[in-house]
Design a protein around this ligand. Structure first.
Ligand code: GFB
Length: 313
């Protein structure tokens, strides 16, 4: 990418978007354009087209979405599908209409079939039924992937898409009900430690396996893809390592210093049993994650201790 050219990062206040802005600024990009959701509602097509006409960015990274953990996804499927569909359609079509040189659309590993063979290759997309708890979000993200693919096929747009695994990092959402598992465990164990609880109940059975990657590593992958990837299909971004929710809980307990018993509530959903992605293609482009899960959890806990109050949305 030309560091003097204007790049729009949609979703700059989110965990991933803010990591991408930091990475761009560190790399010397002088013109990073952003808009808060109050300034620009990405569900409003006319407003998005007016933004593109005003700013005319050369590059776009689409990191804005309505996101949440398993319970939030399962409890608000219409909102997750409608908002993410509109945001993807408006940002991608607005970029095509404005002649944006390159756009990167970010999705998630939940786009893959619930029982895809593991590790999951990009070719597994649409080969089987989705996990019901995040079907809405997945369908919206699959639509975004296809918009990028067909924009290239029909209009010659250099639009690419990338699918990260489960992410965590600074600025995450620590809501007890709506957050993803890693920040939820940090907050729940911290509060249980302060209360001196002898036990803590977590959701599900603890047996599902998940792959985690730090948002700063996703950001470095995004910048590399903007320079080195220009194919029609999406590409996976992941650590290539998985662990069970129980093993994750034990790591978080050690970091937080919670010594109570960990119990699991099978009345809460497990979600998909595994979603380890094959990351050979992005590693073949020269990218590798740099932040280990243990180091990452320590860093996020330190951030939470400093910002906990406003992180508990
Ligand atoms: O990150 P998470 O909420 O969503 O992880 P998914 C859910 C897993 O962690 C389930 C267990 O197996 C839960 O039973 N878990 C245990 C908990 N305790 C908790 C807790 O206190 N909070 C939460 N949230 N989980 C998401 C999709 O699926 O993956 C999103 O819903 C997105 O759309 C994201 O795709 C990457 O990993 O199951």
């Amino acid at each position: 990418m030309d560091r003097a050219a204007k790049i729009y990062v949609a979703g700059h206040r989110g965990m991933v978007g803010s990591a991408i802005v930091r990475a761009l600024q560190t790399a010397g990009h002088a013109q990073v354009v952003v808009r808060t959701s109050a300034e620009l509602d990405l569900r409003d097509g006319a407003a998005v087209r007016a933004f593109y006409a005003q700013e005319r960015p050369t590059y776009v990274i689409m990191a804005a979405a309505r996101v949440g953990g398993i319970h939030h996804n399962a409890s608000a499927p219409y909102d997750f599908l409608y908002d993410n569909l509109l945001m993807a359609a408006n940002v991608i079509e607005g970029a095509r209409h404005a002649g944006v040189q390159k756009l990167l659309f970010l999705g998630s590993s939940c786009i893959y079939p619930k029982f895809a063979s593991q590790p999951i290759q990009e070719s597994a997309l649409l080969t089987g039924p989705l996990e019901v708890t995040n079907e809405a979000y997945a369908v919206a993200k699959i639509a975004g992937i296809k918009l990028c693919t067909f924009a290239r096929q029909q209009y010659g747009c250099d639009f690419i898409s990338a699918m990260p695994c489960n992410l965590y990092g600074l600025g995450d959402n620590f809501s007890l009900q709506n957050s993803h598992v890693l920040p939820a465990l940090i907050r729940k164990m911290h509060e249980a430690k302060l209360r001196g609880d002898a036990r803590l109940q977590l959701w599900g059975t603890g047996t599902p396996l998940r792959e985690f990657l730090h948002a700063d590593d996703v950001a470095s992958a995004c910048l590399l893809l903007m320079d080195r990837y220009a194919e029609a299909g999406h590409i996976n971004i992941g650590s290539g390592e998985e662990l069970s929710i129980r093993e994750l809980a034990q790591k978080v307990a050690t970091t937080v210093g919670f010594t109570g018993a960990l119990e699991f509530d099978p009345a809460m959903p497990d979600g998909t049993p595994r979603k380890l992605m094959d990351v050979a293609r992005i590693k073949g482009l020269g990218w590798n994650p740099r932040i280990s899960l243990d180091e990452g959890i320590r860093g996020v806990y330190a951030w939470y201790l400093q910002h906990g109050a406003d992180a508990r949305k």
